[in-house]
Design a binder for this molecule. Structure first.
Ligand code: ATP
Length: 447
């Protein structure tokens, strides 16, 4: 099978209303994207799968939706103000900035090692050998809160959704009367001033994350860590429908781990530009709660009734980007094949994720009796499935191609036989097979 090219995905995403460059008519803004009519449905379906599995179907994981801007003390205590950095080099000739580790093709973020690796390297933008020594660069996005723009009003857009889940640990524990182990889940925006946003929606500056923090007794951390690694892997295959052959594990070594993590395993996906991080599982130890307890002066210890002991819980984190999963889903589903000698592009999306579940076509748009019947079918399916599309434009073959391209699992055609015997043609996206189905059995069949 040939590897899908990124430009094919970008082109489909634009052409069919999945993803647009943000503020496109003004030339866009690097690292920011807008989701279009079909994109917002696909993204919502991805989030729904995650939320249902992680929060709703679980007995002891509670959802929150916290503010994007928090008291900046949170990010000082979490280590982000000091340590949320990437290594960077500037080019003295053209002024371009580059991620030093990406340029050196290494996972290491050690500045000395990077300096060695980049010694004779030219700037990939202008070709001159005028790169500065590597230095660290903070990725937190800053703003001011209130009418005065000075140091005392500086605040940060959250760089991850995790932080406010730790500061809400005690609120959730108390209000839900939760006992260890329990978790807090959240889906929301995060902001990172990435040095070089790239690869379409893979590395952006405004991102959305689906994160879950699981609070455990210290002696349970290893076992629970393994459970959440397995969860991520299974979720991608069973709930998102990604092919296992496109996934692999990558364990972070010490140099690569975030400042808070004692262990980290990423699931990599075979993106068109290489195997890259999709989903991280991290052992954050008691780092966050301990630091917040210290910095806020609040007691965040847990009293364990069984042992009569007090301790700070450990945290296993499961963290994945909505946009990265979206790109992985499109890449995984994108297929070019041939039907009756004609090339077609088809998105083989899991039906649960498909932005449109069924499309309804009257065979001819100038036959009022066909259109009337088709409208009836359309209205009743729309009540049941919501995401139903009407298309009466062009020949049926063309209409099938249009739906294939956006991953619609079924197309229903109303023709002259329908008027005689109340049956319609149902056509399957993947097999392209057609069958006659009674209108009265249509909903059940499609469900
Ligand atoms: P990377 O090494 O690619 O910069 P990271 O290790 O910094 O990612 P985490 O901080 O662990 O990523 O964030 C958790 C998840 O959030 C990632 O696995 C990814 O899916 C998503 N994510 C992180 N940064 C970005 C970004 N700039 N754009 C899109 N998604 C992102």
């Amino acid at each position: 099978m040939t590897q899908t090219k990124l430009e094919d995905i970008v082109s489909l995403a634009k052409r069919r209303g999945f993803v647009f460059q943000s503020s496109e008519i003004y030339g866009g803004l690097a690292g920011f994207y807008d989701y279009g009519p079909l994109g917002v449905e696909l993204a919502n379906n991805i989030k729904k799968e995650w939320w249902n599995t992680v929060v709703k179907e679980s007995e002891n994981i509670y959802g929150v939706d916290s503010a994007i801007i928090q008291n900046p003390k949170l990010w000082e205590a979490s280590g982000h103000v000091a340590g949320f950095t990437d290594p960077l080099v500037d080019c003295k000739s053209c002024g371009m900035r580059h991620r030093a580790d990406h340029l050196a093709k290494t996972d290491s973020t050690d500045l000395k090692e990077l300096a060695k690796l980049l010694k004779d390297k030219a700037c990939p933008h202008c070709g001159k050998k005028t790169l500065t020594e590597p230095r660290t660069y903070n990725m937190m996005m800053k703003t001011w809160v209130g009418p005065v723009e000075d140091e005392s009003s500086v605040a940060y857009l959250r760089p991850e959704t995790a932080g406010p889940m730790f500061t809400n640990y005690e609120n959730v524990r108390e209000t839900m009367r939760a006992k260890l182990p329990f978790g807090i889940g959240q889906i929301g925006k995060a902001f990172r001033n990435e040095i070089s946003p790239r690869d379409f929606i893979f590395r952006v500056r405004e991102l959305e994350q689906m994160e879950m923090q699981y609070f455990v007794k210290p002696d349970e951390q290893k076992e629970v860590y393994e459970q959440w690694r397995k969860f991520a892997w299974d979720f991608l295959i069973k709930r998102v429908g990604i092919k296992e052959t496109n996934l692999s594990w990558h364990e972070h070594d010490k140099d690569e781990r975030a400042h808070y993590a004692a262990a980290a395993h990423d699931i990599y996906f075979k993106f068109p530009f290489g195997d890259k991080e999709l989903w991280g599982t991290h052992n954050r130890t008691d780092f966050d709660l301990s630091n917040h307890a210290k910095a806020s002066g609040k007691d965040l210890e847990y009293f364990d009734e069984e042992s009569g002991k007090k301790f700070i819980p450990y945290v296993i984190e499961s963290s994945v980007g909505v946009g990265r999963m979206f790109l992985a889903v499109l890449t995984d589903a994108y297929t070019e094949d041939e039907v009756e000698g004609e090339k077609r592009i088809v998105l083989k999306l899991k039906p649960e994720l498909a932005p449109v579940k069924v499309a309804v076509f009257p065979l001819l748009k100038n036959k009022p009796e066909l259109v009337k019947k088709a409208r009836e079918v359309y209205e009743s399916l729309k009540k049941e499935f919501g995401a139903v599309m009407w298309d009466d434009n062009g020949n049926i073959g063309k209409r099938y191609r249009r739906q294939d391209e956006i991953g619609t699992p079924y197309c229903v055609t109303i023709d002259f036989d329908t008027l005689d015997n109340d049956t319609v043609t149902v056509r399957n996206r993947d097999t392209t097979k057609q069958e006659r189905v009674k209108i009265s059995e249509l909903q059940e069949k499609l469900s």
